[in-house]
Every structure is written in structure tokens, then in C-alpha cells.
Design a protein around this ligand. Structure first.
Ligand code: PRP
Length: 188
């Protein structure tokens, strides 16, 4: 079961957002999306891996016959931060032409991934493209209306849980935690 894998990862230190706070926000977002898309259910596009937990809960908070697809993207290391270049590792299966597309992200940090994905998805001629992000960095500046649905503004701490990882760990924590980068080990 991998229990013998060495554990040398920064440890979650304190809860930033409890599972209850997240659940309340997800319910609000789901209700808004249900109202906004009453005439035509959206196609939810999740960005792997981080968005899979949020998208799972969000979709069940939307009282419409939504459809699902997923993309996986990968950066080219540090060059991505300056160039905004993102590589598509897994593309969508569904044709977006004429669809009401709702892009679902766990976190918008620098905004480079979102900027790339918006341009990429708009080129596929959807009827509409909106973005729902659970977490958006406090200092992230964006053009008005780029992110239609925002869950929480969050500080520039290293966050894990509810889909967010460090070294592929902690995605399954129910709360969203701040990591202490100087520590080792697993959550208390
Ligand atoms: C995270 C998150 C976004 C991206 C945001 O993914 O899910 O896709 O980073 O960062 P940006 O705004 O600075 O571009 P990550 O690369 O950590 O991969 P993961 O979802 O597989 O954990």
C-alpha cells in the first residue's frame, strides 16, 4: 500500500478553510450556477488533477443535467511562469462547438494556466465560456468577468487539501490547510 514510502514532505500546519466552510460555499456556487444556466445545462470542464474534488462536489450542488469532461495540463518548469506556456497532457473528448462551457479550477495562482486555457477553449467556438474557481489568490489581478464564480480569495500561502497537493499528497484532506514549508511529516 506504499506505507513504506519515505515521508519527507512539508506538513499541513493549520486549517485555513474548514470542510464546513467549503461545503457552504460550494452549495452557494451550485445554486448560482443552477439559476444562471436554467435554460441550458453547462458542460463542466475540469482541470486535472487538482479540480477533481471540487468538481465532484460542485456538480452535485448543481440541479441541472450537467455533462463532464477533463483536461490535464503540465507546465514546462520555471519557463512556464514567465512564458505562460502550458502543455496539454490529456485533451478533452467532447467537441465544445456550440456548448455552454464552464471551466472548473481548484485554484488560480499566477493566472497563467487560466489565461492559456481560456484562449485554447475559446478557439474551439463554444457558445459561452465561463470560469468557476474555488480559490483565487488575493493579489491576482484579472480583467473584469474573467472569473465569473469565485469561492474564496486566499493569501499567498502554500495550500493543500480538497484536491490541492504537495508532492501528490494531501489531496484527500477534507479541510484546506496552510503548509509549513520548513516542516516534515504528515498532518497531526
Ligand atoms: C494548479 C491548479 C491550476 C494551476 C494554477 O495545478 O490546479 O491548474 O496550478 O496555477 P497558475 O494560476 O499559477 O497557473 P498544478 O500545476 O499544481 O497541478 P495539479 O492540479 O495536478 O496539482
Amino acid at each position: 500500500m506504499g506505507q513504506d514510502r519515505p515521508v519527507e514532505l512539508p506538513a499541513p500546519q493549520r486549517v485555513l478553510l474548514s470542510a464546513e466552510q467549503v461545503a457552504e460555499k460550494v452549495a452557494e456556487l451550485g445554486a448560482q450556477i443552477t439559476a444562471d444556466y436554467a435554460s441550458e445545462a453547462p458542460l463542466l470542464v475540469g482541470v486535472l488533477k487538482g479540480a477533481f474534488v471540487f468538481m465532484s462536489d460542485l456538480s452535485r450542488a448543481i440541479d441541472l443535467p450537467v455533462e463532464f469532461d477533463f483536461m490535464a495540463v503540465s507546465s514546462y518548469g520555471h519557463s512556464t511562469r514567465s512564458s505562460g506556456v502550458v502543455r496539454i497532457v490529456k485533451d478533452l473528448d467532447i467537441d465544445l462547438a456550440g456548448r455552454q462551457v464552464l471551466l472548473v479550477e481548484d485554484i488560480v495562482d499566477s493566472g497563467l494556466t487560466l489565461n492559456y486555457l481560456r484562449r485554447n477553449l475559446l478557439a474551439r467556438n463554444p457558445a459561452s465560456l465561463e470560469v468557476c474557481a474555488l480559490l483565487v489568490r488575493d493579489d491576482f489581478q484579472f480583467e473584469e468577468d474573467v472569473i465569473r464564480y469565485t469561492g474564496f480569495r486566499v493569501p499567498a500561502d502554500w495550500l493543500v487539501g480538497y484536491g490541492l497537493d504537495v508532492g501528490e499528497r494531501y489531496r484527500n484532506l477534507r479541510d484546506i490547510w496552510v503548509v509549513d514549508p520548513s516542516s516534515d511529516g504528515i498532518p497531526d
